[in-house]
Design a protein around this ligand. Structure first.
Ligand code: CIZ
Ligand code: SF4
Length: 350
């Protein structure tokens, strides 16, 4: 990266000292990760931010919903900064509060809402987490989705899973032993979700029709192709991938799990990995003794994650040095209170 920008980033960080804490999501560019005080998945980063109440500014190199979660979990005196406000998440955008409320109204109308526990993936807006907290539900990540679903099914007969259909389906079918026909897909763009009253009342898992625009693009064909091309390859995929991709893979798990698996893999082993490309590249560079490939070359970076680049980071840091707080992400107190309930419920999972 541009040496002038690197020097400016260093100087701004040095000027801010302990007042600033820079968080870098695993899917961020190398040029940004270089300046992160800590790296992690969205959940780990939110907890890391909460563990630094002395840091006045939290610069979140990731996407919008992650910065919201950090704001919810940090003190009021701390400001969470997102270096580019256009860094959203297409999956989180697929569940809008008014749509989820319409779905809930339909469940109320059918007389089944009391049986339903809402569960939302961390990758959702604070509004959606607040909705879930208001209705006695829980947030989950890709590492605790199974425990979150078990907890939800101990409280109700049905789950409304938001917004990632794949994580919901993969967890219900592969980890809880549900059948594919126990799951229905609620499409917010169709009247009544595109489901009959019978389908909605009979289903155990109501899956919101959302997906990740990166992980959702890997195909079973690419798994078959890599197995032909690289005999003995281990296929390692994220649970945001489609069900047939996950069932044809060797191992499935969260971003943190993928990193640990690669780190502990024996030298000489071959891995085809289906997750964000920045992370796969970084793992490949860090482990030249292992053969690490991206599962499908036609899939590309998460475009919104990639919006955070060194120029945006430098700009944000220099604004802070000047005493201005750019791009502050705040969640209104009422939403934050209920979202916090659903997040705390996740932290209390057995
Ligand atoms: O796909 C993502 O954005 C993930 C896995 C985020 C996270 O860190 O939970
Ligand atoms: Fe959203 Fe997918 Fe990008 Fe993650 S990788 S931020 S889920 S679009």
């Amino acid at each position: 990266s541009d040496p002038g920008l690197v020097a400016r980033a260093r100087a701004a960080k040095a000027a801010l000292g302990d007042r600033v804490f820079v968080l870098g999501h695993h899917y961020q560019r190398d040029e940004v990760i270089e300046f992160a005080d800590v790296t992690g998945d969205s959940f780990k980063l939110a907890r890391d931010a909460a563990a630094r109440p002395d840091a006045q500014y939290i610069v979140f190199c990731g996407v919008h919903f992650m910065a919201e979660s950090a704001d919810i979990l940090t003190t009021e005196a701390q400001a969470v900064v997102l270096p580019d406000l256009a860094a959203g998440c297409s999956m989180a955008d697929m569940a809008v509060l008014s749509q989820v409320e319409a779905c809930w109204d339909r469940l109320v109308e059918l007389g089944v809402a009391e049986d339903v526990v809402p569960v939302t993936y961390m990758n959702s807006s604070a509004d959606i987490k607040g909705f879930v907290g208001r209705h006695g539900g829980v947030v989950c990540t890709s590492s605790n989705a199974r425990r979150a679903l078990e907890w939800a099914f101990s409280r109700g007969r049905k789950v409304l899973f938001l917004p990632d259909q794949h994580l919901g389906r993969n967890t219900a079918v592969l980890e809880l032993g549900f059948g594919l026909d126990d799951c229905v897909l609620y499409d917010p763009h169709k009247p009544e979700g595109g489901l009959t009253a019978g389908q909605l009342t009979d289903a155990k898992m109501i899956l919101w029709r959302g997906h990740c625009s990166v992980h959702g693009r890997f195909t079973k064909d690419s798994v078959d192709q890599i197995r032909d091309l690289v005999p003995g390859v281990n296929v390692l995929v994220h649970p945001e991938c489609r069900h047939d991709v996950v069932t044809s893979a060797d191992l499935v798990g969260s971003t943190e799990y993928i990193i640990q698996t690669i780190e502990s893999a024996p030298a000489g082993s071959a891995w085809a990995v289906a997750t964000e490309l920045n992370l796969v590249r970084r793992l490949a560079n860090a482990h030249p003794d292992k053969r690490i490939m991206f599962l499908d070359r036609t899939v590309c970076y998460c475009s919104t994650m990639n919006r955070i680049d060194l120029p945006h980071l430098v700009w944000a840091l220099e604004e802070l040095v000047e005493g201005r707080v750019p791009n502050r992400i705040t969640v209104d107190p009422d939403t934050a209170r209920y979202a916090r309930l659903a997040l705390d419920q996740m932290l209390a999972l057995p």
